[in-house]
Design a protein around this ligand. Structure first.
Ligand SMILES: [Cu+2]
Length: 226
């Protein structure tokens, strides 16, 4: 979201600012927000989509956050989105939008859970209460894989197709920035960088990725294209 707003043209952005001011809906933090922009690339220099970036103030504690519910959909037998980053305490709903049932599970230490065969929207969300990577699967459809990366900071973002992400609502101070990706070699600590959110900060990360061992979808009945 933040990245999208940041990539608006100047004209659109100023129109948006005018509109926001007119409606007196200005967000209290917006005027004081500082950012760190990131570019994440792989060893071949290709922009890396779905990389998670997160930051901690180099001096002092992170500020508190209010976890907001998040949705990881199941549409056409795929998880959407395939990578989600949330702060600790976030409730995540796993609605099933297909007309068949799914069975969502995780064996990851950061959150082990199971939503046995179901359709529709489960009434209760799963609350992610420990930091770390959580790999999601479906018992029925082996190719269904997604990740939730849980962070203990309110400063996080995810790269788009251009490999760009923006950490927002920062103070004008120094941060330690980390990145994570499902296929990344090594730990986020291996890719740590320092950056000061002074208004024009851009940090570049070159990450080493493993080959993606993607499980092929089962052939669709009735001669579908998969
Ligand atoms: Cu499934």
């Amino acid at each position: 979201m933040g990245f999208r707003v940041g990539s608006l043209s100047a004209t659109k952005a100023s129109a948006l600012v005018a509109l926001t001011a007119t409606l007196a809906l200005a967000q209290p933090h917006a005027a004081f927000s500082h950012e760190i922009d990131l570019l994440v690339r792989d060893a071949n220099g290709v922009p890396t989509v779905n990389a998670v970036a997160y930051a901690y103030p180099a001096a002092g504690d992170v500020s508190k956050w209010e976890p907001k519910p998040v949705i990881v959909d199941q549409i056409d037998k795929e998880f959407t989105p395939s990578v989600t980053v949330v702060p600790i305490g976030t409730p995540v709903y796993f609605p099933n939008n297909d007309d068949i049932r799914h069975h969502v599970y995780s064996f990851s230490p950061a959150k082990t859970f199971e939503l046995p065969l179901y359709s529709g929207k489960p009434s209760k969300p799963v609350v992610f209460d420990k930091p770390g990577a959580v790999a999601l699967g479906c018992n029925i459809h082996d190719w269904m894989v997604a990740y939730i990366y849980v962070v203990d900071t309110p400063y996080y973002a995810k790269t788009g197709k251009d490999g760009v992400a923006r950490l927002e609502n920062l103070q004008p101070e120094k941060y330690d920035v980390f990145v994570w990706h499902p296929w990344m070699r090594g730990k986020p600590e291996d890719y740590r960088k320092s950056a000061t959110a002074d208004g024009n900060t851009r940090v570049e990360f070159d990450v080493k990725l493993r080959a993606n061992l993607h499980i092929r979808r089962a052939p669709a009945l009735g001669g579908g294209g998969y």
